[in-house]
Ligand binder design. Sequence first.
Ligand code: DP6
Length: 340
Amino acid sequence: MENKTYEAIYRAHTNIALIKYWGKRNQELYLPMTSSLSLTLESLYTDTAVKFDAHLEHDTFILDGQLQDAKETEKVSKFVDLFRNFSGINLPVAIESVNHVPTAAGLASSASAFAALASAINAALDLGLSPEILSTFARQGSGSSTRSLFGGLAMWHKGEGDDSASSYAEQIDDASFDIGMLIVVVNNQKKKISSRVGMQHTIETSPFYKLWPEEVAKDLSLMLAAIEEKNINKIGTIAEHNAMKMHSTVLASNPSMNYFEAKSLRAIELVQQMRADGLSAYYTMDAGPNVKIICPYSQMDQIKAYLKDDFSDEQLIMSRPGTGPYAISKLSEPLEIAYE
Ligand code: DP6
């Protein structure tokens, strides 16, 4: 075994939650307070190559061409340990990732990152884990990555108690109807308050947090019915309301915090305007200032037209629903996103 190398390269797409995950009941195992549901996006993804090799002195991690320091590498090593312990294959690993997502700008790069890494390790070590089981591993890297193991619309179940196996994700619908997302990149800088820290602060200090789990439960059952009907107006309305309930819960934390920037509010205003003009467009936001517009893919050009005076073409990323992770033959070049 010592001289054998184990390698694979995988691509995983990011996802944007329509029903948000905001809060853990178990921080060590990343068990969430609520279930959540998302749309996987074709346009944003992470490619990751792994090579387990006895000749390596220690784990290494290269992200977008940059060798990461000991602290960053250790986070990833801890995650890989889950698989080393499970498989008994205790070899050092060289990891190289290329993000096609503006990192940490609220576009959930951790979702595609851990889904790609988990998928590559699963293939390299020939573990044969199903996407559902793999999602319970990915979860322990980043909660939202559970849903990136599936294409289309995916749901991450909150599970029971401290039982890790019961908190897995699965596909709800392949989203092969006229749905898409337009991402308005308000700011591609690293977010000020990570979701991990932000959600914990909200749990600890927001008096509204106690309402959140019951609101999510209600929204989820409405959302599942809307998806069954493939009714984009219902899907969008429920998603928009759910996101704003999350953000108002965040606003009510103490000291107060929020993820809005002036340009986020401007994008929201424009969505309201296009909707008043008869378009099917709904907004959602995550732990960053970017606004994501849920709409029929067929209306994307009309929707973009409303935004063009305030946002450059590079700030508007259109996406159809994406697939679950798949093997690729080589790593792609890092994506250059040019805007101020
Ligand atoms: C607002 O999955 O990034 O995007 O589990 O701590 O890594 P950790 O958090 P993360 O949180 C995502 C929060 C969200 C909503 C969502 O994707 O459901």
